[in-house]
Design a protein around this ligand. Structure first.
Ligand code: SAH
Length: 252
């Protein structure tokens, strides 16, 4: 069956950060259902497609719009913020589409986690500092990790990127302090890649204070780990990648 439904990553906000493929699909789509709260509206302005803002729709309504459009032979783009693979809630939509025999494809995007790292000049995986990245959140309306789980994930040699939890900075701070040093570097990135982007750097012990002072309530990420320090201070840690091309490991 010909694919008619595309889950497209819109990128973190800056309209220049959608893929060419995503942009082409937006131009060609007959119906676009976009995540109104985080997708830059300029991406869907002036297109021929019929537009739906999913912020005001239930899952059932979204599936109904998609099913109806596919039935009429139309092409649908379901536009998600960042990369749909990160907290995109695409799984529950895919289950419904599969149940109806509707073919779909996912077009990846630049996640806000990468956009924030770019603004911080951060490599998540600094040699001998951190070779592991954990993307996580605290459970909320959607059940998920607890503070106990955060303590379990936290390690000196891990970079943590915490989504959807900026309003629970106090809990995060208290949990992580059980495992990490108080002066572990942290950063907050609010609205990465948008004109109103803000970056705050600090220490773990000041996390909740910094969030409160900045007044961030949503659309922000918390980064934790020694790799953050490496992004601002030369740590004399090199990968083996550029040392000797004959010996180099096959990394990008
Ligand atoms: N799929 C998206 C994430 C959706 S969940 C992605 O890949 O980025 C929504 C959460 O993502 C927000 O609570 C916030 O933690 C984070 N987020 C999304 N866009 C952001 C941005 N531009 N800057 C900082 N955080 C962002």
């Amino acid at each position: 069956m010909e694919t008619k439904v595309y889950f497209v990553g819109a990128g973190p906000g800056d309209p220049g950060l959608i893929t060419k493929k995503g942009k082409r699909l937006l131009n060609e789509a007959d119906v676009i259902i976009y995540a109104g709260s985080l997708v830059n509206p300029s991406l869907v302005e002036g297109l021929k497609a019929e537009l739906y803002n999913s912020a005001k729709m239930s899952l059932e309504e979204i599936i109904e719009v998609i099913t109806e459009a596919v039935f009429q032979g139309k092409t649908v783009v379901r536009l998600h913020s960042g990369d749909p693979a990160f907290y995109g809630a695409i799984h529950e939509q895919i289950v419904e589409l599969k149940a109806r025999g509707i073919a779909y494809k996912v077009i990846p995007g630049v996640t806000s986690a990468s956009a924030g790292a770019a603004s911080l000049g951060l490599e998540f995986t600094v040699p001998e500092v951190s070779q592991t990245v954990i993307f996580t959140r605290l459970g909320g309306k959607t059940p998920g990790p607890s503070s106990e789980d955060l303590i379990y994930f936290a390690r000196k040699d891990v970079t943590l990127v915490i989504f959807l939890s900026i309003n629970r900075a106090r809990e995060i701070e208290q949990a992580l302090l059980k495992k990490l040093a108080p002066d572990t570097p942290i950063a907050l990135v609010y609205k990465a890649s948008w004109p109103e982007e803000q970056i705050i750097r600090g220490k773990l012990k000041d996390l909740s204070h910094l969030v409160k002072e900045a007044g961030f309530k949503k659309t922000a990420l918390i980064y934790v780990g020694e790799a953050l320090e490496a992004a601002i201070k030369h740590m004399n840690k090199r990968s083996k990648l550029y040392r000797d091309s004959r010996l180099s490991e096959n990394f990008g």
